[in-house]
Design a protein around this ligand. Structure first.
Ligand SMILES: Nc1ncnc2c1ncn2[C@@H]1O[C@H](COP(=O)(O)OP(=O)(O)OP(=O)(O)O)[C@@H](O)[C@H]1O
Length: 307
């Protein structure tokens, strides 16, 4: 299958600030999660992909086109931006319909297409209400409706799940799955890995404007587990536990916390460490109270990964 996005050595700055450093990545058709911590460059990459920003360096092709200024590409892709740019005095329906009309559709066809799109995002009942009455999640879904209304073969959505209540979130996840079943591709960004995980196995991780890892969620998890991680344990007998853990496989360092009841463990394989930890703690009769890993959030994982 040929790539839908091919970027090579892509760079984009905001004055002195790096938006994208040197990004080389190839994205195949299907659903792809673009993940990375805040400020990683996800939005910048998306804006370059949809032709809103011109790269300062490198090459990019989306569906075979150079995106910046490419009208034929604009018809084939839909973009759901993170920023809210709705007109308060319009209804959601009018907003989506008017953008379709700007794209060249007749009034009748635009009305039909906008109605269908609003239905697909679950806003049929609210579509004739003014946008000023909409909740954050409804506004988000209206932007999403706008991005899918012209049936593009590629939908690029910047943090589309942010601000949605659980029901709306499920509806949007189902919508992406449906688009995928129709043969369309979706690239969505998120800084929460598990959010993307429920939708796709394919992820692209970026950090500081560069590609950090790409592959299935499992590939990336393995990569993460092979990198040093820190685990914090609180216990009734922290010294005994620390002494026991020194000998364990995959433990690189153990230090006692200043509070007298916790220890910090640095491990080179957090998954394997968890397997052996329980037995070590039991044999030390340490009275473990809590165990937490810094790797709970993707952001922390990234910090480890990039040292
Ligand atoms: N308009 C702008 N002016 C100046 N700096 C910017 C601008 N937009 C983004 N940046 C900076 O570029 C870097 C990448 O930002 P970008 O918004 O692309 O990241 P992101 O991964 O989408 O993060 P977030 O999830 O917070 O939106 C960050 O350091 C950010 O502060």
């Amino acid at each position: 299958m040929s790539a839908i996005v091919q970027a090579e050595g892509l760079g984009r700055w905001y004055g002195e600030v790096v938006g994208l450093g040197d990004l080389t990545v190839s994205i195949e058709p299907g659903i792809t999660g673009l993940v990375g911590p805040n400020g990683a460059g996800k939005s910048t990459f998306m804006k370059v992909m949809v032709g809103e920003l011109r790269p300062h360096r490198g090459q990019i092709r989306v569906l075979g086109y150079r995106p910046f200024g490419s009208r034929p590409l604009y018809r084939r892709l839909g973009f759901c931006p993170q920023q809210d740019a709705l007109y308060e005095h319009q209804t959601g329906m009018e907003f989506v319909r008017d953008l379709l009309r700007l794209g060249g559709e007749s009034k009748r066809k635009a009305t039909l297409m906008a109605g269908e799109a609003m239905e697909r995002v679950g806003l049929t009942d609210a579509m004739n209400r003014k946008v000023s009455d909409y909740s954050k999640g409804m506004r988000q879904r209206t932007r999403l409706a706008q991005s899918i209304a012209h049936s593009p073969e590629l939908v690029i959505a910047d943090e589309p799940l942010t601000g949605l209540d659980p029901i709306a979130r499920r509806q949007v996840l189902e919508l992406f799955q449906e688009l995928s079943r129709e043969g369309k591709s979706v690239i969505l960004s998120s800084h929460v890995l598990h959010e993307v995980e429920s939708l796709t196995e394919t992820i692209v991780l970026i950090h500081r404007g560069r590609l950090l890892a790409q592959g299935t969620v499992r590939d990336v998890r393995q990569l993460i587990s092979r990198h040093p991680s820190r685990v914090r344990v609180t216990a009734r007998e922290p010294r005994k536990l620390a002494a026991k853990l020194f000998d364990q496989p995959h433990v690189r360092a153990v230090s006692l916390g200043a509070d007298g009841e916790s220890i910090q463990i640095e491990t080179d394989n957090v998954a394997e460490f968890h397997v052996t930890f329980a037995a070590a703690a039991a044999s030390a009769r340490a009275g473990v109270r809590s165990l937490s890993s810094d790797d709970a959030s993707l952001e922390a994982v990234f910090d480890y990964l990039v040292g």
